[in-house]
Ligand binder design. Structure first.
Ligand SMILES: C[S@@+](CC[C@H](N)C(=O)[O-])C[C@H]1O[C@@H](n2cnc3c(N)ncnc32)[C@H](O)[C@@H]1O
Length: 226
């Protein structure tokens, strides 16, 4: 079954498919270092992260191949009264063309692993290009240690067949390393109760920033002495 059809069916259910709350790491990282401006949510689904970002005040562009997911996102946005801060774009991220240096924050939660291996690097280079100076990106992917990769049906997610590529250990880190400053990286196992039967995952997650690392508004640019 193709990705679009499968996720369209998946998003038919009641409530947001992956829970009403945003990804815990995303909200934690944004609390630690608040951002504002324009956000891009790649593979937004039915929008738990887009909705959260809009509620924080971001102007959000939510991209997904699933029309049903995006419709649900729009309904939820109206309910939360943030519809004027979310634009939805039904598109394949592999063919997405957006202006360079447009976004202050880009979120890509389990979408880089939903495309074929040979297209990942190109998507990452374009994603980095869409970031504004000192903008940040949050990427989360399944790794080879995930039970879905090991066909362990007892503890794997029901959505495991949708994952097209499991990142090798430290592969996400290596991909981002040459292009952006990494401010946080994690690879670990976790129990997921947000959808389906309780199951387990091993994810790699990264938070990285385009230059500069110092906040330009603080007047403490690199090289400045006091
Ligand atoms: C596991 S879901 C994650 C949804 C959302 N990021 C979240 O964390 O709630 C993966 C999403 O990626 C979307 N997706 C998969 N391949 C895609 C592609 N090539 N272009 C755009 N979206 C895609 C699916 O439709 C699905 O909504």
């Amino acid at each position: 079954m193709n990705t679009e059809r499968k996720y369209n069916e998946y998003y038919e259910g009641e409530g947001l498919a992956f829970g009403e709350a945003p990804s815990p790491e995303l909200s934690l990282l944004l609390k630690r270092k608040p951002h504002r401006g324009k956000a891009l949510d790649l593979g937004a689904g039915d929008g738990r992260n887009s909705l959260y970002l809009a509620q924080l005040g971001f102007l959000v562009t939510a991209v997904d191949v699933s029309e049903v997911g995006l419709d649900k996102l729009k309904r939820a946005a109206r309910k939360r009264k943030v519809e004027d801060r979310i634009e939805t774009l039904e598109a394949d991220v592999r063919k997405l063309s957006l202006p360079r240096k447009e976004f202050d924050l880009i979120v890509a939660e389990t979408v880089f692993d939903h495309i074929p291996a040979e297209e990942i690097e190109s998507l990452f280079q374009r994603t980095a290009g869409w970031l504004r100076r000192s903008g940040s990106v949050y990427i989360k992917v399944h790794t080879v240690d995930d039970p879905g990769n090991n066909d362990d049906k007892r503890v794997a997610s029901e959505l495991a067949p949708m994952v097209k590529y499991y990142f090798k250990r430290n592969e996400l880190l290596s991909m981002v390393l040459d292009r952006l400053h990494i401010t946080w990286y994690s690879e670990q196992g976790e129990t997921d109760t947000t959808h389906g039967e309780t199951h387990q995952h091993v994810f790699a997650k990264i938070w990285a920033q385009d230059e500069p690392l110092l906040n330009e508004e603080s007047g403490s640019g690199a090289g400045k002495t006091t």
